[in-house]
Write a protein that binds this ligand. Structure first.
Ligand code: XMP
Length: 326
């Protein structure tokens, strides 16, 4: 039997009862698999790793060791949420690594997008490895692999598994979600009591804001991007677009334009809004955001974010523009 193939008779999990049944079954399976050994998990705060973490905390409690690497390229409040939900509410065995300075110094002056991705991916593995080396009695590595990852693993998205882990890691894998589709993972996450904003989070690339702070990343532009993005997310939530639009974010290019603020010349960057809908991310259409909302977001970003003096809306579908700018 191919354990990486979803059996035809497997029902699609859509209800709380089905999710509870799945959770109970996985708890048993995981306990049998790991015994009294420890399990390591890279917890990014994304949907899949969060659901795996919550499930394993239920199954094996403190035998699960979660490592959250903050690469400094997270969105506003994300690392704090991981610490809050997993460290405090679920009382997980959580190691938090503040690696912002390490990542940003390696990325200094690097403007090529693929080079940036490589640096971020490789450094992520290095940091994670260092943490793993400090631990003992760890025999298992948990991963938030889901069924589409298995289907796509040999396809076009090979470059997307930044945040993936070293191949030579001598640990057996624990992958309780590997036969589930994304919508099922969310139903399971709900049943496990994770916060809605975590379970219904929009996709976020492994290299994070690193590929949205266009060109060579600087701290001041990265902070401006993070603040502007937080405003966009807040206003989308207020307008009821939060759960409706597939992916939306800000990108900040590495050029300044002339502006004026309080009667004085104010050179600044542009914040580019991207808001797209898609089913598989291979093609995408642009959301028709009401003008009134665009004006509101523009007013807030230009008033509240240091360094930004213009707001633009990207109207390009994919193709020809990819979803991310880099
Ligand atoms: P593009 O820009 O290729 O994006 O149209 C399609 C989807 O993939 C996400 N994306 C990434 N995800 N690592 C990831 O984990 C990456 O390097 C990466 N690049 C793009 C993007 O956010 C969109 O959802």
């Amino acid at each position: 039997m191919d354990l990486n193939k979803r059996p035809e008779e497997m029902i699609r999990i859509t209800t709380r009862e089905q999710a509870d049944e799945f959770i109970a079954y996985q708890i048993e399976t995981v306990r049998n698999q790991v015994g009294d050994k420890n399990v390591l998990l890279a917890l990014s705060g994304g949907v899949d790793s969060s659901v795996v973490a919550a499930l394993l905390i239920k199954a094996i409690g403190k035998q699960l060791i979660c490592v959250h690497v903050n690469h400094g390229l997270m969105r506003k409040g994300e690392s704090e949420q991981v610490i809050n939900v997993f460290g405090r509410q679920l009382d997980a065995n959580l190691i938090y690594v503040d690696a912002e300075e390490r990542f940003l110094s390696l990325l200094e002056g690097v403007f090529d997008p693929e080079q940036k991705r490589k640096i971020i991916g490789a450094e992520f593995i290095r940091v994670f490895d260092e943490e793993a080396a400090k631990l003992s009695n760890v025999s298992f590595l948990a991963q938030g692999t889901i069924y589409p990852d298995i289907i796509e693993s040999k396809g076009v998205k090979a470059h997307h598994n930044v945040g993936g882990l070293p191949e030579d890691m001598q640990m057996e894998l624990v992958e309780p979600l590997k036969l589930l589709y994304k919508d099922e993972v969310r139903v399971v996450g709900d049943a496990l009591g994770l916060p809605r904003e975590m379970v219904y989070r929009q996709p976020f690339p492994g290299p994070g804001l690193g590929v949205r702070c266009l060109g060579a990343i600087t701290k001041d532009r990265l902070y401006a991007l993070r603040e502007a993005d937080a405003i966009l997310r807040e206003e989308f939530d207020n307008a009821g677009l939060g759960g409706k639009v597939w992916q939306y974010f800000i990108a900040v290019p590495d050029i300044k334009s002339v502006g004026v603020r309080e009667g004085k010349r104010y050179d600044g960057w542009a914040a580019i809004i991207r808001a797209v809908n898609t089913t598989d991310a291979m093609t995408a259409t642009v959301e028709e955001i009401p003008y009134s909302l665009l004006h509101k977001i523009t007013a807030r970003i230009t008033a509240e974010v240091e360094g930004i003096n213009r707001v633009l809306y990207d109207l390009t579908p994919k193709p020809v523009g990819t979803i991310e700018w880099e």
